[in-house]
Design a binder for this molecule. Structure first.
Ligand SMILES: Cc1ncc(COP(=O)(O)O)c(C=O)c1O
Length: 443
């Protein structure tokens, strides 16, 4: 299978229709999605069910992208599909009030320790944007701090990364790509991840920082040994008078029903949600302390000095609310599903980890339950900046071979399982990783 001598040519042979779609789409679309996997062309998915997706050429894959994390219950879960069909028949969107938001809002308030109140929007990007705005309004300060290696969405306010070559204990913020205003970058203090210096930087910038935004488990670096770090972070923020916002866009309803807040026992002031909360439909939500969240209560023609603007045609639309309610209700009534998700990460870490160690491969498996990241790296990994670029070509070949083995992991290489993944699927993923790694040159 994946031990063909030229995996790229084999990939092209198997994905001819995808290639046709890609060539056609380039005439009308600047960018469809950020690349599925770094390959000659993307594969186009025709359908998905449970743990599987099938591409337009008829190739079936065990999917470890899960809609970039939306589908904790797997693709096309029958309860979600039924709820969406029922809601669609009643009209998909009204803009004005419907009774649809309240049930999901109540579940989120119950699940998330920080959530006195919630506000729905459409994406994780919007959720972090609104959360930051509320934090600025509440504290009267402008600056925000984020950690190297984090991703918090695509708005200007967070499109920063650690500048290449900047010191480990004091990374500089650089715009991620062109078009991000310098003024936005200047508002961001970049913090070293899981590094003592981060706490000093927060203390030293307390006068200008409104909020520290953190992925409690980084998608690029998923591990569960960050509990102490998060406890200390919360303490330092509290002492410094800086708000703490968890970005639970991936971890919410995935790591545990109560997200990272439940797993680590840390309660931030605010949290951003997305992905799993919407059961596969577009969603974002800000949740947090009532005194901060009340600032969203904007009303036309009233004194608005201390209010925060939010808007959006689709926020809290009935279709998304129906999908989210079906997904979250199912997860709530089946807590054992989280044991299954945790078991996936455990097995993948143990078995692939053992294989890599036995063969002295420069690959490490990082896991936080159903969040799994294969890192091509020798030596200890602390932050997402610990990257060995000399292994980039081998990594590309490995992922191509993995697709030939019938396993799909998205371009950011964060693999995510769902409750639909069986023990057999996990066994097959392990076999596929072993076969692809064994055949990859330069590993
Ligand atoms: C941790 C995190 N925050 C925010 C976002 C942005 O969410 P969305 O893509 O829904 O805008 C993402 C998306 O991958 C994410 O992983």
């Amino acid at each position: 299978m994946s031990n063909v001598s030229d995996p790229y040519r084999e990939f092209l042979r198997r994905t001819r229709r995808s290639r046709e779609f890609h060539e056609r789409s380039r005439k009308s679309t600047a960018l469809e999605v950020v690349g599925t996997v770094d390959m000659p062309h993307p594969v186009y998915i025709a359908e998905g069910s449970g743990s599987r997706v099938v591409d337009v050429d008829g190739n079936e894959y065990i999917d470890l992208s899960m809609g970039f994390g939306c589908h904790v219950l797997g693709h096309a879960h029958p309860e979600i599909t039924a709820a969406v069909s029922e809601a669609a028949a009643l009209g998909v969107q009204f803009g004005i009030h419907t009774p649809c938001q309240q049930p999901l809002a109540e579940l989120l308030c119950e699940a998330a320790a920080c959530a006195d109140l919630v506000m729905f929007c459409n994406t994780g990007t919007e959720a972090t944007m609104y959360g930051i705005r509320a934090a600025r309004a509440h504290t009267g300060k402008q600056g925000i701090a984020v950690f190297e290696g984090a991703y918090h969405g695509a708005h200007d306010g967070v499109l920063v990364e650690a500048a290449d070559g900047s010191p480990r204990d004091r990374p500089a913020a650089a715009a991620m790509g062109w078009g991000v205003p310098e003024a936005a970058v200047e508002q961001v203090l970049m913090l070293p991840y899981r590094h003592e210096a981060a706490f000093d930087l927060i203390r030293g910038n307390r006068g200008r920082l409104a909020v520290v935004l953190v992925e409690p488990v980084q998608g690029a670096n998923p591990t569960l040994d960050c509990g102490d770090f998060l406890h200390r972070l919360a303490e330092v923020c509290r002492e410094a008078g800086v708000l703490l916002m968890f970005d639970e866009v991936i971890t919410g309803f995935r790591l545990a029903y109560g997200g990272a807040q439940e797993v680590f026992g840390v309660t931030p002031d605010l949290a951003a949600y997305g992905k799993a909360l919407g059961g596969g439909l577009p969603i974002g939500a800000v949740a947090g302390r009532a005194d901060i969240m009340r600032r969203f209560e904007w009303q036309k023609h009233r004194e608005q000095q201390d209010k925060v603007f939010s808007g959006g045609t689709f926020g809290g639309n009935p279709l998304t609310m129906a999908a989210g309610l079906a997904a979250v209700s199912r997860l709530r009534s089946h807590p054992e599903l989280y044991d299954r998700l945790a078991g996936h990460g455990r097995r993948l870490e143990e078995e692939i980890g053992r294989f890599c160690r036995e063969r002295s491969l420069p690959m490490q498996v990082l896991t936080a339950r159903s969040m799994i990241h294969l890192r091509f790296q020798r030596g200890r990994i602390v932050s997402a900046r610990d990257v060995d670029r000399s292994l980039a070509e081998a990594e590309r070949e490995f992922y191509t071979r993995l697709m030939l083995e019938g396993v799909l992991i998205p371009g950011d290489h964060l693999a995510l399982t769902s409750t639909a993944h069986t023990d057999g699927d996990i066994t097959r993923v392990i076999e596929a990783v072993e076969a692809a790694a064994s055949a990859t040159r330069g590993l």
